[in-house]
Design a protein. Structure first.
Length: 129
C-alpha cells in the first residue's frame, strides 16, 4: 500500500471537491419536482385548465392563443368571469395583479390567493397596456 503523504491527501481532496461540484451543477434544481409535473401542470409542462368554486367564487384558468398576453405563458385566469391578470416568473412561480408580491406555484394558486385577498369584493377589470 502506498504511503499516505500530504500530496496524496490533497490530491484526493481535490478530486472529491471536483466531483461534488460537478454533481451539484448537474443535479436537478430544488424547485423542480422529482416526481414530475404537479397536479396543475400538463405533461408538456404548462399549467392545466381548471374550473372550480373556491370560497363561493368561481375561478377558471385555461391556456389561450393570442390575446396580446405579453408576460410569458399565454394563460388566462378568471374570477366570476372577470379576467385576473397573471404572469409567470422565470423561476416557474406565478403572480397576479392582486397578489403581486406573493408568488405562488400555479395559476390556480394565484386565483385562490386573489380570492382570499379580495375578501368578497368584486374583481375589477385591469387593462394591461
Amino acid at each position: 500500500m502506498p504511503e499516505l503523504t500530504r500530496r496524496r491527501v490533497l490530491g484526493a481532496a481535490a478530486v472529491l471537491a471536483t466531483a461534488a461540484g460537478a454533481q451539484a451543477l448537474t443535479a436537478p434544481s430544488a424547485s423542480a419536482s422529482p416526481a414530475g409535473p404537479t397536479a396543475d401542470e400538463h405533461h408538456h409542462g404548462g399549467p392545466e385548465a381548471f374550473d372550480e368554486v373556491f370560497r363561493g367564487r368561481r375561478i377558471e384558468g385555461r391556456a389561450v392563443t393570442g390575446g396580446g398576453h405579453h408576460h410569458g405563458g399565454a394563460y388566462a385566469v378568471f374570477i366570476d368571469g372577470v379576467e385576473l391578470h397573471v404572469m409567470s416568473n422565470a423561476d416557474g412561480s406565478w403572480i397576479s395583479v392582486v397578489s403581486h408580491y406573493d408568488p405562488v406555484p400555479t395559476p390556480r394558486a394565484a386565483a385562490r390567493a386573489a380570492v382570499v385577498e379580495l375578501q368578497g369584493a368584486p374583481l375589477v377589470s385591469f387593462a394591461a397596456n
